[in-house]
Design a protein around this ligand. Structure first.
Ligand code: NAD
Ligand code: UDX
Length: 463
């Protein structure tokens, strides 16, 4: 049997890196990545890559031009493929029924219709996009009622990579999950896809389930991860009120093997394209299936996250003598986490907006995010002289009344804070939204330091 030919619809943060990894690991497989966005395809071909991920360029270079191709000719790519990975976006609906909660499946449906139109013979369609449970059923209906000569198996193979560590996650995942129809044809299709991953991932990490379990597991995994962050962030507020230190509390509870140490880092709030969207999708599903109590439970995770972001900006205002009007605040870091250029739902968006609304002049510096991107996220199409973007941290902080660290970029740990302090208005305030910096050293330099879940002045003795 010749090796299966693979095509991917969607060359974004998931489609590009995932397919590059498959191509690099399986040199005998032909992998074609397609996108309707021609500029994106051009960037994948000519660089700079549209997605910044450590190590990604090496993986792409290994296979591009050999068995990995990027093309905007979606239809030809689909025609040639045996296995089609659907990696298109599934944002939150912005209008109509379920607006603000339900997943917008426009791109998924368009993908299914496009596949049906051109498909000849047997095709395996793999849902890699994160979708509501039972989407496979809708896809199958669309495929089967629109195709003349195609036969289809739809599988769910959700992607668990995290941005910033995508290459490492793809190379060495905790697990691969593949759900399929519980029929001989469904099991055969699952095995075909499992065999691809088995080229570099041990078989015992490849889990197979029914379709609905695989679809739902993705939403649940993200909901559980985000829940841990909201839980520790809720405790960060209590720590600030009582003198406990959230990092010490996280360390203490994380040593319980039933709780575990990961995802207990208190922060200015989680961001990214997935957590909020996927929880809201889960909330919508619970409501749809008549489970309002379950919906309310999960919705509280998002509410707590929103509260944490605004709590941070409110603290900046409060500590700066209750007014930031006319004051300059340097924002260090705009990406939703380090090692990515992605800004979707970044906590920095909410904080910048809050501060600008209070009349502050906000000067942002991020090592990977472009000024255009920063302005578009904060202001949309409007213009506002109170938002500026600097080309270095030092420049952003010059003349500032306060500095807010919102992304945990490694380079911020090596900054010359004495020089930064010298150039700032006094008293110089520093708000560490990531608990990244050495607070005691900064206090010795003269900074007034405020951090997440930490007492403003550590108390040595009980009073
Ligand atoms: P993205 O917006 O970066 O990329 C999606 C791409 O699909 C876009 O470039 C768009 O032009 C393209 N597209 C849309 N319709 C198309 C069609 N019919 N044919 C060809 N191309 C089409 O999105 P992303 O971050 O890569 O996420 C994709 C999916 O993966 C989402 O469902 C998301 O929830 C899920 N996911 C994302 C991550 C992540 O870290 N970003 C992780 C796991 C899962
Ligand atoms: C997440 C999931 O981790 C991944 O499995 C899924 O496939 C996509 O969604 P991602 O959003 O890329 O990945 O990054 P992640 O590392 O999960 O971080 C999400 C947000 O939570 C970031 O803003 C991060 O800074 C924040 N975070 C994470 C915390 O505030 N504290 C933590 O302890 C961990």
């Amino acid at each position: 049997m010749p090796p299966p030919r693979i095509c991917c619809l969607g060359a974004g943060y998931v489609g590009g890196p995932t397919m590059a990894m498959i191509a690099a690991k399986c040199p005998d497989l032909e992998v074609i990545v397609t996108d309707m966005n021609e500029a994106r395809i051009r960037a994948w071909n000519e660089g700079p890559l549209p997605v910044y991920e450590p190590g990604l360029e090496e993986v792409v270079k290994k296979a591009r031009g050999k068995n990995l191709r990027f093309t905007a000719d979606v239809k030809s790519a689909l025609q040639a493929a045996d296995i089609i990975f659907v990696c298109v976006g599934t944002p939150t609906k912005t209008h109509g029924v379920g607006a603000g909660r339900a997943a917008d499946l426009t791109y998924v449906e368009a993908a299914a219709r496009m596949i049906a139109e051109v498909a000849e013979g047997a095709k395996i369609i793999v849902e890699k996009s994160t979708i509501p449970v039972r989407t496979a059923s809708a896809m199958l209906t669309i495929l089967r009622s629109n195709s003349k000569n195609g036969t289809f198996q739809v599988l769910s193979n959700p992607e668990f990579l995290a941005e910033g560590t995508a290459v490492a996650d793809l190379e060495n995942p905790d697990r691969i999950l593949i759900g399929g129809e519980q029929t001989p044809e469904g099991r055969a299709a699952v095995e075909k896809v499992a065999a691809i991953y088995a080229r570099w991932i041990p078989r015992d990490r490849i889990l197979t389930t029914n379709l609905w379990s695989a679809e739902l597991s993705k939403l649940v995994a993200n909901a559980f991860l985000a829940q841990r962050i909201s839980s520790i962030n809720s405790i960060s507020a209590l720590c600030e009120a009582t003198g406990a230190d959230v990092e010490e509390v996280a360390r203490a509870i994380g040593r319980d093997s039933r709780i575990g140490p990961k995802f207990l880092k208190a922060s200015v709030g989680f961001g990214g394209s997935c957590f909020q969207k996927d929880i809201l999708n889960l909330v919508y599903l619970c409501e749809h299936f008549g489970l309002p109590e379950v919906a309310a439970f999960w919705e509280s995770v998002v509410k707590m996250n929103d509260w944490q972001k605004h709590r941070f900006s409110a603290r900046v205002v409060r500590e700066l003598f209750s007014t930031v009007r006319g004051k300059s605040i340097a924002v260090l870091g705009f990406a939703f986490k380090k090692d990515t250029n992605d800004t979707r739902e970044s906590a920095a968006i909410a904080v910048c907006r809050d501060l600008i609304k209070e009349g502050a002049r906000v000067v942002v510096y991020d090592p990977r995010v472009s000024p255009t991107q920063i302005c578009a996220e904060v202001l949309g199409s409007e213009k506002n002289p109170n938002l500026a973007v600097a080309t270095s941290a030092l420049e952003a902080c010059h003349g500032a009344h306060g500095v807010a660290v919102l992304t945990e970029w490694d380079e911020f740990k090596t900054l010359d804070f004495q020089k930064i302090h010298d150039g700032m208005q006094k008293p110089a305030f520093l708000f560490d939204g990531r608990n990244l910096l050495p607070h005691e050293n900064l206090r010795e330099m003269g900074f007034k330091v405020f951090a997440i879940g930490k007492p403003p002045v550590p108390s040595a003795a009980v009073s």
